[in-house]
Design a binder for this molecule. Structure first.
Ligand SMILES: Cc1ncc(COP(=O)(O)O)c(C=O)c1O
Length: 357
C-alpha cells in the first residue's frame, strides 16, 4: 500500500533525541528554545512560542488576544475541527463563511457581510498547505479593527506573494506526526509582537513568569525537549521536503485526467500538505476510494463533514447558515499520496490507477 502520509525520520532526529535522553532534561528546556528560534527565522517573524499541539497553539492565541464570551470569530467550515473547537474553548461564537471551490479556502468576498459589532477576529485556515488570500484578509481586518489568527497547521513554509504564512497575523502551526515537518505532537505560535509572545508563554505555563507566582489563568501547554529534538532535526529538512512535494504535485497535475486536479494561482506558494482532487459527481467518490485502495493506493478524505454540520456544533446552535460550496466539496474531495517519501514508481502507479477511474 502506498500510504497517504509517511514521516521521514533521519539520523539527525535520532541523534538529537538521544542527546536529550542522555541530558536527563526531558521537559521543556534549551532544545525547545532552539526550535523556537529556528521556527521564527523560517517564518520570517521575531518570536515563536512552542506548544504541546496545534490545537493548544490556537487556544493560547485566542486567549492571549482576550477573545472570549460574547465575541464572534469568523472562520471556514471546511477545516479540521481544531480550528473551530479552539473558538468554542474560549466561549466565543464561530461564524462560518463559505469557501472558494478552487482553492478550498475561505471566500474573502463573503467575509465582510459576516462582520457584526461582536466580531473580534478572523481565523483563516491555509488548508492543505495553500495560502489564503492574505492581502484581502489583512485589508478587511485593518478596516474593521479585527485580529487575524492564521491557522497555518498544514502550511509551514507556504508563501503568499513571497511572504511566509504565519507572518501576516498571529500564526498557529501544528507539528503533529503527519505534517510537512513534525515532532510527533507539537505546535508553534508566531508573531512580531513581543508583548503578545510574552502572554502566550505565560498561558502555556500556568500563567507563570516567576516560579509559582501565577499572574493569570494558564494551562500546561508546554512542548517537551524530546519532541523539540525531533522538530529541530526536521526543520533543517523543510526546504528539501517542500521541493519534493512540489515536484510530486507538478508530476500528478500534468498527468491526471479522470479527476479535477488542484490549480495554484500566481503568487501563491503552495506546500502541498495534501494533494486533493475532486471527483465530478459526489456519487463517484466511494467507488473511487475503494478501487484505489484495492489497487494499493492510500487515500484520505479531508474532511467528509463540514464543521457547521458536526454534531456538537448543531447541538450548540452554530449551524445556522448553509455552506453550499464547502458542503459539496466535503462530498467530492479525495486526497492522494504526495509526501516526499514517494518513489518514481509510486507516482507512476498513482497516475495509472487514478486515470483508470
Ligand atoms: C487545519 C488544522 N488546524 C489545527 C490542527 C490542530 O493541530 P494538532 O493536531 O497539532 O492539535 C490541525 C491538525 O491536524 C489542522 O489540520
Amino acid at each position: 500500500m502506498i500510504p497517504i502520509s509517511c514521516p521521514l525520520i533521519g539520523d539527525k532526529e535520532k541523534q538529537l533525541v538521544m542527546q536529550v535522553l542522555d541530558s536527563g532534561m526531558l521537559a521543556q528546556g534549551p532544545v525547545t528554545a532552539r526550535l523556537e528560534e529556528r521556527f521564527a527565522s523560517v517564518c520570517g517573524v521575531e518570536f515563536a512560542v512552542a506548544t504541546s499541539s496545534g490545537t493548544s497553539a490556537l487556544h493560547i492565541a485566542l486567549l492571549a488576544n482576550g477573545i472570549g464570551k460574547g465575541d464572534e470569530v469568523i472562520t471556514t467550515p471546511f477545516t479540521f475541527i481544531a480550528s473551530v473547537n479552539s473558538i468554542l474553548f474560549v466561549g466565543a461564537k464561530p461564524v462560518f463563511v463559505d469557501v472558494d471551490e478552487e482553492t478550498f479556502n475561505i471566500n474573502v468576498a463573503l467575509i465582510e457581510e459576516a462582520i457584526t459589532p461582536q466580531t473580534k477576529a478572523i481565523l483563516p485556515v491555509h488548508l492543505y498547505g495553500y495560502p489564503c488570500d492574505m492581502d484581502a484578509i489583512m485589508d478587511i481586518a485593518r478596516r474593521h479593527n479585527l485580529i487575524v489568527i492564521e491557522d497555518s497547521a498544514q502550511a509551514i513554509g507556504a508563501e503568499y506573494n513571497g511572504k511566509r504564512v504565519g507572518s501576516f497575523g498571529i500564526g498557529c502551526f501544528s507539528l503533529y506526526a503527519t505534517k510537512n515537518i513534525m515532532s510527533g505532537e507539537g505546535g508553534m505560535i508566531t508573531t512580531n509582537d513581543g508583548e503578545l509572545a510574552r502572554r502566550c508563554r505565560m498561558i502555556r505555563n500556568h500563567g507563570m513568569e516567576r516560579r509559582y507566582y501565577h499572574d493569570m489563568l494558564g494551562y500546561n501547554y508546554r512542548m517537551t525537549d524530546l519532541h523539540a529534538a525531533i522538530g529541530l532535526g526536521q526543520i533543517e529538512r523543510l526546504d528539501e521536503f517542500t521541493a519534493k512535494r512540489r515536484a510530486n504535485a507538478a508530476y500528478l497535475n500534468a498527468r491526471l485526467k479522470s479527476v479535477i486536479t488542484p490549480k495554484v494561482r500566481p503568487g501563491y506558494g503552495h506546500v502541498w500538505h495534501q494533494y486533493t482532487v475532486r471527483v465530478r459527481e459526489a456519487c463517484q467518490r466511494d467507488d473511487a476510494v475503494k478501487r484505489l485502495g484495492d489497487a494499493g493506493i492510500g487515500t484520505g478524505i479531508f474532511y467528509p463533514v463540514t464543521a457547521n454540520k458536526q454534531a456538537h456544533l448543531i447541538e450548540m446552535g452554530f449551524n445556522v447558515a448553509k455552506m453550499p460550496v464547502a458542503e459539496q466539496l466535503a462530498n467530492k474531495v479525495i486526497s492522494l499520496p504526495i509526501h516526499p517519501g514517494l518513489e518514481q514508481a509510486d507516482l507512476a502507479a498513482i497516475v495509472a490507477e487514478v486515470n483508470k477511474l
